[in-house]
Every structure is written in C-alpha cells, then in structure tokens.
Design a protein around this ligand. Structure first.
Ligand code: C2E
Ligand code: CA
Ligand code: CA
Ligand code: CA
Length: 264
C-alpha cells in the first residue's frame, strides 16, 4: 500500500517534469470510411516517453493526471500540438483531414474551455472545421448543463464533436438528443466480439441504427480483422478505426498514409 503510494507520488513528480521537458508526444490513428476505405480524419493520442521507464500508456498516466489536476496542462498541450501539426500538414500540401482530440471530463466542464479552443485555433491558424473534440459519454453526464453549453459554443464555432466510448456509460436517449454532437464512437469492448457474441452484435447494430435515427455519423473503434470490417459494412456502419487499418503512428509515419493535394 505504502510503496505503491510512494510510486504514485514519484510518478506525479516525473509527469510534472515530462510536461516541461518535452517528453510528451502525439501518435495519430486514421478514422476510415467503411465503404470506400479512404481516410476520413485522424485521432491524436498522447504518449509519454519516460527517461527510465520507457513509453508509458495514457491508460496509466491520464487517470493520475486527472487526480492531480495536471490534466489541464496535458490536454492544453495536446490540443495545441494537434492543431499545430494539422495546420503544418495542410500548409505542406496534404489534403486536409479533421483531427480529433480527446478532452477529459474536468476540462470540458470549465467555463473557459471553448475560449481556450478558440485561442489555440487563432494561434495555430487552423480552421475550426479541421478540429474535432472527443468527450466520453460519462464525462458529459457528470455536469450535463455546463457541458452542453460549452459544446453548443464549440459547434457554433464550426468545431465537430464526438461522444467517445459510447455504450459504456449511462446516458439515456433523451440526453443523447440534447447533445449538440456530430459523431458517436462505439466502444471497442462491443466491436471486438461482434462475431462471437450475439448480444454484442445486436448492441452494435442497435447503436448504428440509433446514430442513423439521430442523423449522427458513427465510428466503430477497435477493428482488428477483415471479418469485423465485413460485419460493419453489412450493417452500414459509416466509419471505423483499428489496428486492421493502422495502429496509432508517429507523425513522420502517418504522413505516408495522407494524400497530397493536387496543385492543379
Ligand atoms: P480512446 O480515446 O478510446 O482511444 C482508443 C484507444 O484504443 C487508444 O489507446 C488506441 O491506441 C487503442 N486502439 C486503437 N485501435 C485499436 C485496436 O484495433 N485494438 C485495440 N485493442 N486497441 C486499439 P491509447 O492510445 O492507449 O489511449 C487510451 C485512452 O487514453 C484513450 O482511449 C483516451 O481515453 C485516453 N487518451 C489518449 N490520449 C489522450 C489525450 O490526449 N487526452 C486525454 N484526456 N485522454 C487521452
Ligand atoms: Ca478517443
Ligand atoms: Ca474510445
Ligand atoms: Ca476508452
């Protein structure tokens, strides 16, 4: 107990240093159109390269950052870096893609969050239609009123919004209708077993129909095989993400998957 507490405290100190010493970086994973196979956006995922421990997964340090309040600076850095990188690619002549950034519950709830986004867009020069914000279903359910206000403001600016990890939370359909969102992302816990678990298959089909009824785009996460992709195609899911197409990759590798814009 004591030892793990001490480890946590030392990890927190390391994380403070990581932010100031450029140990964080972003990897990017394509979101792909099921029907055409074309890339339709990228998701930015943070990585921490610890000098002694190697690469630490966000599943380990994001919860710690949320507990200690360091998440504010991490999410701000990620937002800035994703926008900066995307604008750089656009200026280099790549066909523009929308870049999706994950934002923690504590941040989307803040009154000034939308202003922060606006400021970062202004600094980096990225047009708002090339930014998407992902918030988990549970985070918008925590402070629904504040979140909806912030989301409405972001939407009016032209930023897209997605509900992440859909199906794992506890929002009701009436809430879903109030959220000013553009995409639902079906959590990978459902997607991965569609071929072996009939109830997961039914849940995924229902979520696809639900998104269609609410006129939302739908993205299935965690697609690792051709067979799962075929299931999604058969059931008219619009987009997918997953190792089957590509793992999250560092910027120098992801550019090989982006298309150059015609200059004519
Ligand atoms: P998420 O937003 O649900 O991201 C999807 C996770 O699934 C990523 O893990 C991704 O690498 C992984 N993944 C993608 N395709 C597949 C697949 O086919 N199979 C499997 N098994 N996994 C796949 P990652 O990068 O480790 O991120 C974990 C979580 O950490 C994210 O879940 C997100 O909640 C959080 N996170 C990542 N980056 C950030 C960030 O910049 N800010 C905040 N607040 N949270 C972040
Ligand atoms: Ca996400
Ligand atoms: Ca997710
Ligand atoms: Ca997740």
């Amino acid at each position: 107990m004591n030892r793990s507490y001490n480890q946590l405290v030392s990890l927190e100190g390391d994380l403070r240093e990581a932010i100031s010493k450029d140990q964080l970086s972003l990897h990017y994973q394509p979101k792909v159109d099921v029907e055409s196979g074309y890339i339709n956006g990228l998701e930015a995922l943070v990585r921490w390269k610890h000098p002694a421990k190697g690469v630490i997964s966000p599943n380990e340090f994001i919860p710690l950052a949320e507990e200690t309040g360091l998440i504010t600076r991490i999410d701000e850095w990620v937002l800035y870096e994703a926008c900066r990188q995307n604008q750089e690619w656009i200026e280099l002549g790549y066909a523009p893609e929308r870049i999706a950034v994950n934002v923690s519950a504590s941040e989307i709830q803040k009154d000034d969050f939308a202003y922060k986004v606006q400021r970062i867009l202004a600094i980096t020069g990225l047009a708002p239609e090339y930014l998407e914000i992902e918030v988990t279903e549970n985070s918008v359910m925590q402070h629904t009123e504040d979140c909806i206000r912030t989301m409405q403001y972001l939407k009016s600016m032209g930023v897209s919004l997605a509900i992440d990890d859909f199906g794992t939370g506890y929002s009701s359909l009436s809430y879903l209708r109030q959220f000013p969102i553009h995409y639902l992302k079906i959590d990978q816990t459902f997607t991965k077993d569609v071929l072996t678990d009939p109830s997961d298959a039914e849940i995924v089909k229902a979520m696809i129909r639900l998104a269609d009824a609410f006129k939302l785009g739908v993205v299935a996460e965690g697609v690792e095989s051709e067979e799962v992709l075929a299931f999604l195609k058969e059931n008219q899911c619009q987009f997918y993400q997953g190792y089957y197409f590509s793992r999250p990759l560092p910027p120098e590798e992801i550019v090989h998957l982006l298309t150059k814009q015609s200059v004519y």
